[in-house]
Design a protein around this ligand. Structure first.
Ligand SMILES: Cc1cc2nc3c(=O)[nH]c(=O)nc-3n(C[C@H](O)[C@H](O)[C@H](O)COP(=O)(O)OP(=O)(O)OC[C@H]3O[C@@H](n4cnc5c(N)ncnc54)[C@H](O)[C@@H]3O)c2cc1C
Length: 415
């Protein structure tokens, strides 16, 4: 493990910092980036688009994308450095992450030349926002169980069904969707991948009210929605390959972007400022023990992240530590937020940002943590991955293996 930048990395960091200094405001002590919750607030999309265009004009947008698509051809470690530096400045919520981090790279690998020409530049500049239409009420962890259908009709396909948990559908111009196109094939084989215009007739978007009061994601219903065959990504019935590319990039994007919200420094400050029986909570033995335990676990995570960073710096592909980071980090974040809310006493029960301590930052972190434990692979799925691919334990029994999709039992009526 090497904690220092190489001379080239240090030069890159200095260039990034110089541009950010000239174009954005540095966060002051105690200030933090607006959380992703802010993306549905009035004006948030416009502010994010303006910042993205500014970065694009200066060559700092999507820096790992190849130059031919408007990127900088930067390395993975340069991307880590850029993210570290940008997170020290006041910038709008990352509303383009799904398109730029997951869907754009899928188009680069599986899309036609015409699709690359048409879609990638406006995506990079943030002019067109994208959403990911994968999950369905009966297909999340088991994504290949999806049931939204696409049926060929002349030069078009006709889509029917329902997607759910679609982040940003309400402000997206385009969506990328996986549909069932051959129910007689086994479940991974009869799937096709499309680009769909979110303003098409037959699409109904219903925001879902979340526990934190925001509505970042939606249900999306498709009734006879027409999609041109030119908007098919990859071959008919071969969409699972494209879906895997998207999911691989999703794990990476979630690992890279898991920052924001209050940190250990904020918790320490809270413990020093909160009084228990007239004395700072920080002086209480039980509180100090909890703080010490959080600190050691956070340090463990930090050093694990450095191992990933060192691998990237040496041009290697990071190993299973990326899954471990999310599996350990998300529940730890939830525990820390829960402890902070306990420290706040009765005030901890308030969520109204005008009234709650620290504008409700700990409450939002607490209520957002369960989502982090689901998105991009639930805790249980990550454990399965570690068990099977890292520890070499026997794989889960898959009762639907080799069966045509239409014959997979779905409930009592089929048994
Ligand atoms: C914040 C957030 C944003 C999201 N954004 C999007 C988006 O933009 N687009 C999109 O398509 N989807 C999105 N999702 C959906 C996400 O991909 C799914 O929530 C995830 O895949 C889990 O699927 P599920 O919710 O259907 O849960 P299920 O798969 O139904 O799981 C339910 C429970 O069963 C457990 N379980 C399932 N299978 C197994 C197994 N084999 N072994 C052991 N336990 C198992 C799970 O761990 C979980 O606890 C988002 C989710 C969140 C939380």
């Amino acid at each position: 493990m090497d904690f220092n930048d190489t001379p080239e990395e240090a030069a890159f960091r200095a260039a990034a910092r110089a541009w950010l200094d000239a174009n954005a405001q540095r966060l002051q002590p105690g200030e933090r980036q607006p959380g992703l919750e802010g993306r549905t607030e009035p004006g948030a999309v416009k502010r994010a688009q303006e910042w993205q265009a500014k970065k694009a004009d200066a060559g700092w947008a999507c820096i790992t994308w190849p130059k031919e698509y408007g990127g900088r051809g930067a390395t993975a470690i340069q991307s880590v450095i850029w993210n570290q530096e940008e997170s020290r400045y006041k910038t709008p919520p990352a509303i383009f992450a799904i398109g730029q981090g997951m869907l754009g790279p899928t188009i680069m690998v599986h899309g036609s030349d015409a699709q690359k020409q048409r879609y990638l530049k406006p995506m990079l500049r943030g002019e067109e926002i994208w959403c990911q239409l994968f999950s369905e009420p009966g297909a999340g962890s088991d994504l290949a169980g999806l049931r939204t259908t696409a049926v060929r009709d002349g030069d078009d396909w006709v889509l029917n069904g329902q997607k759910i948990w679609t982040t940003g559908a309400q402000y997206s111009k385009w969506g990328m969707i996986v549909c069932r196109t051959d129910p007689t094939a086994d479940k991974h084989r009869g799937i096709t991948y499309f680009i769909v215009d979110m303003q098409s007739p037959g699409i109904a978007i219903r925001p879902i009210k979340q526990i934190n009061g925001f509505s970042a994601f939606n249900e999306v219903f498709f009734t006879d929605v027409r999609v041109a065959d030119a908007n098919r990504v990859g071959d008919v019935n071969d969409g699972w390959r494209g879906a895997l590319t998207t999911l691989m990039n999703e794990r990476h994007a979630i690992g890279a972007g898991a920052q924001g919200g209050p940190d250990f420094g904020d918790l320490l400050r809270l413990a020093k400022e909160t009084l228990i029986d007239g004395r700072p909570a920080f002086e209480d033995r039980a509180v100090r023990q909890r703080l010490a335990r959080f600190y050691t676990r956070l340090k463990g995570l930090q050093y694990t992240a450095y191992r990933t960073q060192t691998a990237l710096s040496r041009g290697q592909t990071p190993g299973p530590e990326s899954s471990i980071g999310k599996l350990v980090g998300a529940p730890l974040r939830q525990e820390i937020a829960s402890f902070a809310i306990d420290l706040q006493g009765a005030a901890g029960a308030m969520l109204d940002r005008r009234l709650a301590p620290e504008e409700g930052a700990w409450q939002l972190a607490y209520l957002g943590a369960p989502g982090l434990r689901l998105a991009g692979g639930t805790d249980e799925i990550l454990r399965n991955i570690i068990a099977e691919r890292v520890l070499g334990l026997p794989p889960e029994i898959r009762a639907d293996k080799g069966l045509p999709f239409k014959d997979i039992p779905t409930g009592p009526k089929n048994q």
